[in-house]
Design a protein around this ligand. Structure first.
Ligand SMILES: *Cc1c(COP(=O)(O)O)cnc(C)c1O
Length: 396
């Protein structure tokens, strides 16, 4: 190398995409705190307290609740590879990119995968699964609660009953859901669940909260074959995260500081308050977008509060709008994935980023860019509609 690369100086962005979300300044400060050893008594007690906060947020008593040292996808791998042995039958519900990813992960783990498909933007009713459950006699059924590629919210309660009646374990992806809406692990009888630190928890990417029910853990302990992944083997991780605290891998100490602080922030605000804040900013954004003729991509009855996937209006250039949002306004939103590529925008209102100021800043910038591209609408209408939504029914 002839010259030293430039000093680190990342631009300041408003992160309003599908994740990473805007990081709370207190979380950034926590990440910079001095590193202790990974078996230091201070760190061990931090791990325990973090597990306690995760149980509160997951609404579970599961002792095996922890954070996998990797991103959300590793959370997915950890649940699948521990429960599946080669040749086991698994049903995966697919209505977007992340269900598709779970099919791939399950196949690689040696599962005999039955996929049940729904159109993108739609969700699963129990009736959609009955036939597959009878035919496949699965050991595990996997489903995505908040499908970040389509913005669809999957109800879980009834499907869980059906899955358990069929004698299967219920595996749930709550990467985008956790922190932005209630995730009831015990009430919905979820056996294995995972999330990610960079969506509604407003922490940088790098940790995947996960929880295994006692029944799921028993299945892992009764396996005939070793778990395919050494790193993600829950029977070994249980010793690291359990009473024994046996060294397994070096815990990502400063990331743990970050997630610890992020969880404290949510519990300080109060879960119900945080969920209501997500719902209210979602309603305001939705009202604003409707006022300028922008429709949601997913079924209106099942839109997520934290991820707004919307149709790009006809004649509008996707890349131009997203490029200008980033370069002129410092706002990042997401484009469409897979079948939605070039067709939808994904606007995240996640965690600390779910704020009135962000909703209004985004609508203001978007109106300007749409006007420049000749989209016909009443200028200012989206901001007025969003503000009216915030003001409540009396103002209308
Ligand atoms: C983001 C996401 C993932 C993957 O998480 P990574 O942190 O990107 O590995 C999995 N499932 C859903 C629903 C997601 O939104």
């Amino acid at each position: 190398m002839s010259e030293l690369p430039p000093p680190l100086n990342p631009p300041v962005r408003l992160l309003m995409g599908p994740g990473p979300s805007e990081i709370h300044p207190r979380v950034l400060r926590a990440l910079a705190a001095n590193t202790v050893g990974h078996l230091d008594p201070y760190y061990l007690s931090l791990m325990s307290d973090m597990q306690g906060m995760l149980r509160t947020l997951f609404r579970t008593q599961n002792p095996m609740t922890m954070a996998i040292s990797a991103t959300g996808s590793a959370g997915m791998e950890s649940t699948v590879v521990n429960l599946i042995e080669p040749g086991d039958s698994m049903i995966v519900c697919v209505n977007g990119v992340f269900g598709e990813r779970m099919v791939d992960v399950a196949g690689r783990a040696g599962a005999n995968v039955t996929r049940v498909d729904r159109p993108w933007g739609e969700v699963f009713e129990p009736s959609h699964l009955k036939e597959a459950l009878a035919k496949a006699k699965p050991k595990v059924v996997g489903i995505v609660m908040a499908e970040t590629s389509t913005g669809a919210l999957q109800p879980l309660d009834e499907i869980s009953n059906l899955v358990h009646d069929a004698g299967a374990l219920f595996l749930v992806d709550a990467v985008t859901a956790l922190g932005g809406m209630p995730v009831e692990v015990d009430k919905w009888k979820i056996d294995a669940i995972y999330s990610g630190s960079q969506k509604c928890l407003s922490c940088p990417p790098g940790l995947a909260p996960a929880s295994f029910s006692p029944a799921a853990l028993e299945v892992v302990l009764q396996r005939k074959t070793k778990v395919q992944s050494w790193y993600l083997d829950v029977s070994m991780l249980a010793k690291y995260w359990g009473q024994e605290r046996v060294y397994h891998h070096t815990g990502p100490i400063n990331m743990t500081y970050g997630l610890y602080e992020a969880l404290r922030i949510i519990l300080e605000e109060g879960q119900e308050q945080a969920f209501e804040r997500h719902a209210s900013n979602h309603r305001a954004l939705k009202a604003g977008l409707a006022a300028i003729g922008i429709r949601y991509a997913s079924n209106e009855a099942h839109t997520l509060p934290m991820l707004n996937a919307v149709h790009i209006p006809d004649g509008i250039d996707d890349m131009k709008v997203r490029g200008a949002l980033l370069n002129r306004f410092g706002i990042e939103i997401g484009g469409g994935l897979g079948a939605y590529k070039g067709k939808v925008w994904r606007v995240g209102l996640m965690g600390h980023g779910s704020r009135q100021g962000n909703v209004l800043a985004f609508l203001g910038a978007l109106e300007q860019l749409l006007a420049e591209q000749g989209h016909k609408f009443e200028h200012g209408a989206s901001i007025a509609a969003a503000n009216a939504e915030y003001a409540g029914p009396k103002s209308r």
